[in-house]
Design a protein around this ligand. Structure first.
Ligand code: SF4
Length: 317
């Protein structure tokens, strides 16, 4: 069998079909790469939902979409007090990064300038920032770059062939092109996907193979939390056993070993009691919630990491 990045599509599918009795060996194999490239550290990210709801797009999993009737707070800009308070929290707790999510796919130049001024202010504290934002024009991306934005999150979410089952208001290709444009401008990229939306194992592999091509600095894997009011509210997630979820994360580590593999949404649900195995493979997690879903608080997150025998990465600035 090939090692690390050179896995074939068939070998990658076979990894997702690893018998549960051989999971420990797979975790060991992925864990060796995690150790080689990421040591024993876990980076903690804090997410602030800077703009919520009213999105024109129809992503089936998303509570903020025009298709969703989820009971969420909707606002154009989160209060400055919350945004800057979260940024200071990241700074004071020496967390790895402050992630800022904005609903929506297109923004006016004025809106981007408003965001750029907020970024300039947050960068005064030296925090590492990542914006999860829709499609930017080159001009807008440069405005954010000049303001000091380090990284942009733009997920592939699922495979190219499964994409139309999840969203029809934009294409997979648009997402890939947007990521390449941002890479060409020198942005670090955070890009990953969501598992549990009815995709096949082949879809998971195809998405991860495309992510391997992109080679993002961070690769977040979300495990679906069906949200009431979204088209996926009744999605059966019984296939998301801890064993299967771990196999997906192991495959991500084997294919893109140098990336920060992050277990994002669903960590507290699907990995309860399996944190040591989880952190053997991934080196990055969120604290304090995921946009419209609650998560684990910071002290509990730190305890989870240290109890499992790992150390928290301290922000370098
Ligand atoms: S995932 Fe983003 S683009 Fe899709 S509906 Fe939600 S906010 Fe809009």
């Amino acid at each position: 069998m090939n090692s690390e990045q050179n896995l074939t599509r068939e070998e990658a599918i076979a990894i997702l079909n690893t018998p549960d009795e051989q999971l420990n060996e797979l975790i060991e194999r992925a864990g060796a790469l995690r150790k080689k490239y990421k040591g024993n550290h876990v980076s903690i990210h804090l997410l602030t939902n800077a703009r919520s709801g009213n999105c024109s797009q129809n992503c089936a999993y998303c509570a903020q979409s025009c298709r969703s009737h989820a009971d969420i707070e909707k606002y154009k800009w989160v209060d400055d007090e919350k945004l800057y308070g979260d940024n200071t929290f990241v700074h004071d707790h020496k967390l790895s990064r402050h992630c800022i999510g904005l609903s929506g796919m297109k923004f006016s130049d004025d809106e981007i300038e408003e965001l750029a001024s907020k970024i300039r202010k947050m960068k005064e504290e030296g925090t590492h920032l990542c914006c999860s934002i829709g499609f930017l024009t080159k001009k807008q991306a440069l405005m954010l770059k000049e303001a000091g934005l380090d990284r942009i999150n733009h997920n592939l979410n699922t495979s190219r062939s499964n994409y139309p089952n999840i969203c029809t208001t934009h294409t997979y290709e648009q997402r890939v092109n947007n990521i390449h444009m941002l890479q060409d401008l020198g942005f670090e990229i955070c890009s990953g996907g969501i598992i549990g939306m009815g995709e096949s194992k082949e879809d998971v592999v195809d998405m991860l193979l495309d992510l391997k091509e992109i080679n993002p600095e961070a690769l977040p894997i979300n495990f679906l939390i069906p949200i009431k009011g979204t088209p996926l509210q009744d999605r059966d997630t019984s296939n998301l056993t801890p064993e299967y979820c771990l196999k997906v994360l192991c495959l991500a580590r084997l294919l893109v070993p140098t990336s920060d593999i992050r277990c994002a949404a669903g960590r507290e649900i699907y990995f309860k009691g399996r944190e040591k195995e989880l952190l053997t493979v991934v080196n990055s997690i969120f604290a304090s919630g995921y946009l419209t879903a609650d998560g684990q608080g910071i002290q509990d997150t730190i305890k989870t990491i240290t109890d499992a025998g790992f150390t928290c990465e301290v922000e370098s600035d």
